[in-house]
Design a protein around this ligand. Structure first.
Ligand SMILES: [Zn+2]
Length: 102
């Protein structure tokens, strides 16, 4: 007898309750950090896996800036806090889950 999820009644193997919980509580932080030569980078924190890759590519193209991601952080060259937040909301991230340090 497989273990059943008490919330959805499905076997734990195929239940997605925990994933939904994680998505719902996932918070994204956007803030500015100092880079070399007194320039700024915009950091987007809180994404993971595939999402990190795709979102980095999307943000770079939409904001027309350079950027990369490392150790779970997206790093965009320049100050793009407000614009990055707008793009993430367009992508479907709940606005209330995004903390933008403007
Ligand atoms: Zn469940």
């Amino acid at each position: 007898m497989p273990e059943m999820c008490p919330r959805c009644g499905l076997p734990k193997e195929i239940c997605v309750c925990e994933i939904l919980d994680r998505e719902a509580t996932k918070r994204i932080k956007i803030y500015k950090a100092k880079a070399k030569f007194s320039k700024f980078v915009t950091i987007v924190e809180g994404l993971s896996g595939d999402e990190l890759d795709k979102t980095t590519v999307m943000l770079k193209s939409r904001l027309a800036c350079g950027g990369t991601h490392k150790k779970g952080l997206i790093e965009l060259q320049g100050d793009h806090i407000a614009a990055a937040k707008k793009e993430l909301v367009n992508l479907g991230f709940p606005e209330g889950n995004i903390d933008a340090a403007t």
